[in-house]
Design a protein around this ligand. Structure first.
Ligand SMILES: Nc1ncnc2c1ncn2[C@@H]1O[C@H](COP(=O)(O)OP(=O)(O)OP(=O)(O)O)[C@@H](O)[C@H]1O
Ligand SMILES: [Mg+2]
Length: 280
């Protein structure tokens, strides 16, 4: 599996602290996949993302973009950030302009896109994120979930090669989450590599095709959703939840599940189909 972004023995401490937020971290983001990064509060997920776009640089070790170490000159960082987009965990850190329309069009203008296209793409993206009625409302009048959707819109519209989403569904209601997942699907089909840091194990399980688990600044597990959740004791031992669908699936008698040789369901629809087969 070819990796688009990689860390090698990456260590980093924030200024004024004496603990390492990342400790000799070795991790690979597979190209063209949907990767979920899970781990409890403080395990280093956001710190990793800040390293990935060169906002912070390593104390030791390296970050590799397409197999080459990052260079921290402003020219190369600018190029890197045209290829790698990050949606911050906290939308307040991301939004700089006065209104959603201005904020979303800003990135496109920076990328040198023609004005007609900027207007068109901004409008479409605001519609996708259900923000058209707020397009010209001052950002400080928006709710947290609305701000998060503006922040997502501003990065999604740029369609970078690698999209890093830090807790993208935090603060979002059900409909906004579904719309986001649909939009990510569309972007992924166009070849964009997606990475999402999330506490939502249900989402990680159903959405990702590769999962990394972080703990104390290290990556301690990696694999497909089936691999990762095949050992519930290990997951619970890390203070993480099992996906609810898998919990229910495992509550069915093993003989039935195994007899039919079925892979566990990853969506409610799959669950319904499988149980109908079992009990038919
Ligand atoms: N700006 C900062 N200054 C000092 N220490 C920080 C700062 N940001 C994070 N840390 C520390 O770095 C470690 C990793 O934090 P990080 O924010 O990367 O975790 P996380 O996995 O993203 O957590 P969460 O799930 O809460 O978002 C923690 O111990 C945290 O206290
Ligand atoms: Mg975080």
């Amino acid at each position: 599996m070819s990796s688009i972004l990689e860390t090698v023995e990456l260590s980093f401490s924030y200024p004024g602290t004496n603990t390492e937020a990342l400790h000799k971290l070795n991790l690979r983001i597979p190209e063209g996949k949907k990767t979920a990064i899970c781990g409890h509060n403080g395990s280093g997920k956001s710190t990793l993302f800040l390293q990935a776009i060169g906002i912070n640089s390593p104390a030791s070790g390296q970050v590799l973009w397409k197999h080459a170490p990052l260079s921290y000159t402003s020219k190369e960082l600018k190029q890197l950030r045209q290829q790698v987009g990050l949606v911050f965990q906290d939308p307040e850190q991301q939004l700089i302009l006065n209104t959603p329309f201005e904020d979303v069009s800003y990135g496109l203008r920076n990328a040198g896109i023609a004005e007609v296209q900027i207007q068109q793409r901004t409008k479409e993206m605001l519609q996708t994120m259900r923000l058209e009625h707020l397009a010209h409302t001052p950002i400080h009048h928006l709710s947290l979930g609305q701000k998060k959707r503006v922040a997502l819109a501003g990065v999604l519209v740029l369609e970078p090669e690698l999209l890093l989403l830090d807790e993208p569904t935090a603060y979002l209601d059900r409909i906004s989450e579904q719309q986001l997942v649909q939009e990510l699907e569309r972007i992924h089909k166009r070849g964009v590599t997606l990475v999402m840091a999330t506490h939502d194990m249900n989402l990680a399980y159903s959405w990702a095709d590769w999962i990394l688990i972080m703990e104390k600044g290290q990556c301690i597990m990696e694999g497909t959703p089936y691999d990762i959740f095949s050992d519930p004791a290990a997951i619970l031992g890390l203070g993480l939840d099992m996906p609810m669908l898998l919990d229910i699936w495992h509550a069915l008698p093993a003989a039935i599940r195994q007899e039919k040789g079925m892979l566990p369901p990853r969506s409610v629809e799959e669950f319904k189909t499988l149980t109908q087969k079992i009990f038919a």
